[in-house]
Design a protein around this ligand. Structure first.
Ligand code: ZN
Length: 64
């Protein structure tokens, strides 16, 4: 099985930000982005939820 790498670009979820999360599983890459969003962006609960939804639609998968 070819290892996949997933990535999420923070700016694809809304904020104008150069952060890119990369991981080998969808769960991990989403978690990584959410950790970054909570520590780097001032978001209320509602915005966090919206970014979480957006993250899942903008995940890019590629063979590593
Ligand atoms: Zn960001």
């Amino acid at each position: 099985m070819i290892p996949m790498q997933f990535e999420i670009h923070c700016r694809d979820t809304g904020p104008d930000c150069p952060f890119v999360a990369r991981a080998e599983t969808v769960e991990e890459v989403v978690n990584m982005l959410m950790r970054h969003v909570r520590s780097a962006h001032e978001c209320d609960w509602f915005a966090i939820e919206e970014i979480h939804q957006a993250a899942r639609t903008v995940i890019r998968g590629q063979a590593a």
